[in-house]
Design a protein. Structure first.
Length: 163
């Protein structure tokens, strides 16, 4: 299996509660995140959301869709949101939230391995392309969040303004 470690940092010119709310409510992502094609809740979690299971379908710039399940494993309101992925990808995703100056800083760490045969077969040649595709998905998220919150979002030295 091919293993990937991605880290993305968004600097969002909005208050932490607004940013937390947008990211915490994953079922609304398709309304503002172009690459999130579908998010469906499969199982409810506890009163705080721990244990909730969602099914995600993503479409980046490359000509394929990727679907997998994600179970919420940890919630520290306004600080950490963590989940465990299974299916086409397996591993862990962690959202970290903090304040810095007038911005909310969000770091997403995604440590996964792929389980789809053709992705594993192509990994030695296509790993850079898969990384670029992941980065494009995250850029789409930054653009969408800027639009949703009506603020600038910075990522990789770029600024995405609300439109």
């Amino acid at each position: 299996m091919a293993e990937y470690r991605f880290s993305t940092i968004w600097r969002i010119h909005a208050p932490l509660p607004a940013v937390w709310d947008a990211i915490f409510h994953a079922d609304a992502w398709p309304s503002w995140w172009k690459s999130a094609k579908q998010v469906a809740e499969i199982e409810s979690g506890d009163a705080h959301g721990v244990g909730t299971l969602h099914r995600y379908t993503w479409k980046g710039a490359l000509p394929y869709r990727l679907s997998f399940n994600m179970r919420v494993t940890r919630i520290e309101p306004f600080r950490v949101l963590e989940g465990k992925a299974s299916g086409a990808v397996e591993g862990k995703g962690i959202w970290h939230f903090s304040n810095h100056e007038a911005c909310t800083v969000v770091r997403y760490d995604w440590h996964i391995h792929t389980t789809i045969w053709w992705m594993n077969w192509l990994a030695p040649l296509a790993c850079r392309l898969f990384r670029w595709n992941h980065d494009e998905v995250m850029r789409q998220g930054a653009r969408g969040l800027a639009q949703r919150l009506g603020v600038n979002v910075e990522m990789d030295g770029r600024t995405f303004p609300p439109q």
